[in-house]
Design a protein around this ligand. Structure first.
Ligand SMILES: [Zn+2]
Ligand SMILES: [Zn+2]
Length: 409
């Protein structure tokens, strides 16, 4: 027997209605703010991710599904910002009135270690806003994330923000971090040593306990908590906070927040949900003012975020899937077909028995799946009536064929 691959999962009808709900609510909330959906291909040139996600990241170094076809190196998208930026450039979106506001949803692919409980094909929903360097844009996308999570019933949220500064002030910070960490290099893990040259700020993201213990040292904390950002970056960050206050969005500043991707500058943020009693990161994002240029487009500031939909799925409370409105019980297939058509035409979900089973079996099936059984046996057909049985109350009425629709509520 051939089975689904490790790290992949079928979304069965018992769960797909919740996925549809998550997608519907995304469309609803983002449309209200005039964000429009973009759908980019699932595979792209490998180089797009090497340049766009950053070749010092675990994603690019260890986790990509890369394959050759006609001597081209292709990769299943491990995230969607790079693809959206590629499309932005390719379709000349910088010539449109700015800002350009986009959202997406869909499957992403990373070759994760299965013991981490992560899927190799997983889903993300995200927004990207191009063309505004203003702090109001940062506040707007954070606001959208909060509104979407609220719409999903996730209300107990913790929002953490930080500013990574611009390339100039970030360099000062990076140099200071490198200086203070240098004596500890031999005690830091292999990944941290690798990051030390490539992207030292990402060292602070390390989850290895022995590394985390080193970051707690006073001299290192002093550098981490020190103010390196320049006046312009500080003013930008202050404004972001001011606007979040205007929007009544509570937040905390977390100076350790650096995010896993190389391309962020200025505002970065993370949202945690306290639903179901434990704390879970549900959203991460930030500003990436140089990415469009890095990928060959005109200088275009941008800010956005992504959420893992499997995580959202695990946190939201699940309602019962919708029941069928009407199951037509009849031993006359042609008559059953006709009345099912009529029901569907009037926006009631309806089906009949496709297996030619006897009356009693059909009624059992109706009781398991529907709100009403519409009985259409020889007596009813002869008298041009239907018998409508409410399967919650077991109440049964016989009504003329011409007026049964009004009786279904
Ligand atoms: Zn700066
Ligand atoms: Zn480490």
């Amino acid at each position: 027997m051939i089975q689904a691959q490790k790290g992949t999962k079928d979304i069965l009808p018992t769960e797909s209605y919740i996925w549809q709900d998550m997608e519907y609510k995304a469309k609803k909330i983002f449309s209200l703010a005039n964000f429009q959906e973009i759908r980019t291909p699932i595979f792209e040139a490998t180089e797009l991710f090497a340049r766009g996600v950053g070749d010092s990241t675990d994603i690019v170094n260890k986790e990509m599904y890369t394959f050759e076809k006609s001597e081209r190196s292709l990769t299943l998208r491990p995230e969607n910002t790079a693809g959206v930026v590629r499309a932005f450039i390719e379709h000349g979106f910088s010539r449109l009135p700015q800002p350009v506001k986009l959202w997406y949803k869909g499957p992403m692919f990373r070759y994760e270690r299965p013991q981490a409980g992560r899927q190799r094909q997983f889903h993300q929903v995200g927004v990207e806003m191009f063309g505004s360097a203003e702090p109001s844009a940062d506040a707007e996308v954070i606001n959208l994330a909060v509104k979407y999570l609220n719409e999903l019933g996730l209300n107990d949220l913790e929002i953490e923000i930080n500013s990574l500064g611009c390339p100039e002030c970030r360099k000062k910070y990076r140099d200071a971090i490198k200086d203070v960490l240098k004596p500890y290099l031999k005690d830091l893990c292999e990944d941290c040593n690798f990051r030390y040259e490539k992207n030292p700020l990402r060292i602070l993201d390390c989850k290895v306990d022995s590394c985390k213990a080193i970051f707690e040292k006073d001299e290192i904390q002093k550098v981490i908590l020190g103010d390196f950002i320049c006046d312009d970056c500080k003013e930008h960050f202050d404004k972001v906070q001011e606007y979040l206050n205007v929007l009544n969005i509570p937040f905390k500043i977390n100076k350790l927040l650096v995010r896993g991707l190389d391309y962020y500058n200025r505002t970065v943020f993370e949202i945690k949900s306290n639903n179901l009693g434990s704390q879970n990161a549900v959203c991460g994002g930030g500003r990436y003012d140089s990415l469009v240029e890095t990928l060959g487009g005109p200088t275009t500031p941008a800010v956005g975020w992504a959420m893992g939909m499997e995580r959202l799925f695990s946190l939201i409370s699940k309602s019962e899937p919708n029941r069928l409105d009407v199951f037509v019980v009849s031993e006359n297939t042609s008559e059953a077909m006709k009345i099912v058509e009529e029901l569907r035409h009037n926006n009631f979900s309806a089906e009949f028995d496709y297996a030619n089973r006897k009356f009693k079996k059909q009624l059992d099936k109706a009781a398991k799946s529907a709100k009403y059984a519409l009985i259409l046996m020889d007596d009813e057909i002869k008298s041009n009536t239907v018998t409508l049985k409410n399967l919650d109350t077991s109440e049964q009425i016989n009504v003329p064929r011409s007026s049964y629709l009004e009786k279904i509520i």
